[in-house]
Design a protein around this ligand. Structure first.
Ligand code: NAD
Length: 475
């Protein structure tokens, strides 16, 4: 077959092929779109040994030099943005515009890390006789998912690297190109051999093997709560530090004084990005009863104007879902809700065309026992329900076992404050849905995980703070 890209492993500063390959499927057409190398236990032993061997040199490299490598890599990635975004869109199904936007955020992440490398490594004085010295924790094992591979690889690679840690990246097998572009950029920017490694293969075997090694001192994972718990259990044996960015089931509270058109615009813009496959995407909308009907009517209208189609088509607003598992999940969640009395206001079944297409879907009258209110939908389905009092709305929003992001639309400062204080989530955004940024920590509470990603706190996750305590009287 012509022009099928092959994605190899990166071990000790060189690309390495494998005997076994996995086939990549383009979710827009269900056709083969690439192959990815499967790491053997020998490959994993090699990356562990070379990562550990590189620790002392990389952690002692002046912070400014580490930062300079990341800045150079950011420039190199920018040069390849068009090509890289096309590959990401083909593998993942997101539109080309979304893929480019994601790469811009990934490049911004490299730039932020590069610019802050010196700051995050600087000693932290406590008083005249005590100082904290940030030191690299050791080798980091990073596991990234398929929904935002460019941004999430960038976050994990850059935070580890400026902390002074070598990093072994196990990127998602279904979307391998973003990691390959980033490793290529870092390689060209002069990162020493062993400091970064890239592997793919059988996820459970790789995580058991890597976390079974005492060389690995920290793990960073983004993905489902189920897998996050498996990894945390593995990490317990070697007391590896964990950053777990897990699932979400984000509520949006729309108060009676909210700007309805603005709330509808912001919700649909973010909800249907990446076909709803974002951990922070809103999934449960709670609306003050007095504005419920007009809000719902506007939301349905907005959802129905979203054009679903080929990710390469410029007029497409939303591409396919990333894989058949997500279509099966949308089907199961919708059927279950409908069986318990839910009304499908729009969407509700797979589109009759080749590829993994599910339309924007709005469900109302959803029974509290429905799976969709407990399980992370991770797709383009919204539930909408009215509320009578703020207390009731906050209790309903917090009823989920997840606690990643929550959103509030209200004009009254008092209502905003009451909602922001009452909601149990890692991040609350008021009158918008853009809560994640490169310079601020992002984290979940409850079953959404623990540990910070982003900002200074995201780097500290991979540093020990060594306390130096002088007896000033004796010196
Ligand atoms: P999954 O839980 O099987 O996989 C999620 C990611 O974890 C994949 O990249 C996979 O390769 C990796 N993974 C799976 N088992 C692993 C293991 N034992 N060790 C290391 N990595 C492992 O589910 P899926 O079908 O790929 O995705 C569906 C669910 O995952 C969604 O319902 C959603 O909850 C969650 N998810 C969350 C995020 C997020 O950003 N928080 C991203 C992707 C998926």
């Amino acid at each position: 077959m012509p022009n099928i890209p092959l994605y190899d492993l990166y071990v000790n500063g060189a690309w390495r092929s494998a005997d076994t390959l996995l086939t990549l499927i383009d979710p827009a057409t269900a056709a083969e779109c690439g192959r990815v190398a499967v790491a053997s236990t020998q490959d994993l032993d090699d990356v562990l040994a070379t990562a550990q061997a590189s620790l002392s040199r990389w952690s002692r490299t002046p912070a400014a030099d580490r930062g300079a490598v990341l800045i150079k890599a950011a420039h190199l990635l920018l040069d390849k943005l068009e090509h890289a975004a096309a590959a990401l869109s083909r593998e993942q199904g997101k539109t080309l515009a979304e893929a480019k936007g994601e790469y811009r955020r990934a490049i911004e992440t490299f730039e932020w890390a590069g610019a802050n490398a010196t700051k995050v490594s600087a000693p932290i004085p406590i008083d005249q006789r005590r100082t904290l010295i940030p030191e690299a924790v050791g080798v980091v094992a990073a596991f990234t998912p398929w929904n935002y591979p460019a941004v999430l690889n960038a976050r994990k690679l850059t935070a580890s690297l400026i902390a002074g840690c070598p990093v072994i990246l196990k990127a998602a097998e279904e979307t391998p190109s973003a990691a390959v572009f980033m490793v290529e950029a870092l390689h060209e920017a002069g990162i020493p051999p062993g400091v970064i490694s890239l592997v793919y293969g059988e996820p459970a075997m790789i995580s058991e093997h890597l976390l079974g090694s005492p060389y690995v001192r920290a793990l960073s994972f983004t993905g489902s709560t189920h897998v996050g718990k498996l990894l945390a259990r593995l990490a317990a044996d070697n007391l590896q530090r964990c950053v777990l960015e897990l699932g979400g089931h984000s509520p949006v509270l729309v108060s009676e004084d909210a700007d309805i058109p603005e709330a509808v615009r912001a919700i649909t813009e973010y909800k249907f990005e990446c076909a709803g496959q974002s951990c922070n995407a809103p999934s449960r909308i709670l609306v003050a009863r007095s504005i419920y009907e007009p809000f719902l009517a506007e939301l349905i209208e907005a959802a129905e104007t979203i054009k679903v189609g080929l990710p390469t088509d410029k007029s497409t607003d939303m591409g396919p879902m990333a894989n058949g598992r997500r279509i099966a999940a949308m089907d199961r969640l919708t059927r279950d809700a409908v069986a318990l009395g839910a009304r499908v206001e729009t969407g509700g079944s797979r589109l009759n065309r080749v590829g993994f297409y599910w339309p924007p879907t709005i469900l109302t009258n959803v029974h509290p026992d429905s799976q969709i209110l407990r399980e992370e939908p991770f797709g383009p389905i919204l539930t909408v329900a009215p509320y009578d009092t703020l207390e009731e709305a906050i209790a309903e929003a917090n009823a989920s076992e997840y606690g990643l992001a929550s959103y509030v639309f209200a004009k009254s400062h008092e209502v905003q404050t009451q909602m922001a204080k009452g909601l149990a989530a890692g991040a609350i955004s008021v009158n918008h849905l853009k809560g994640v940024s490169v310079d601020a920590p992002n984290a979940g509470v409850k079953q959404s995980g623990y540990g910070y990603e982003g900002g200074l706190e995201g780097v500290r996750a991979f540093q020990n703070l060594k306390l130096i305590n002088w007896n000033t009287a004796a010196t």
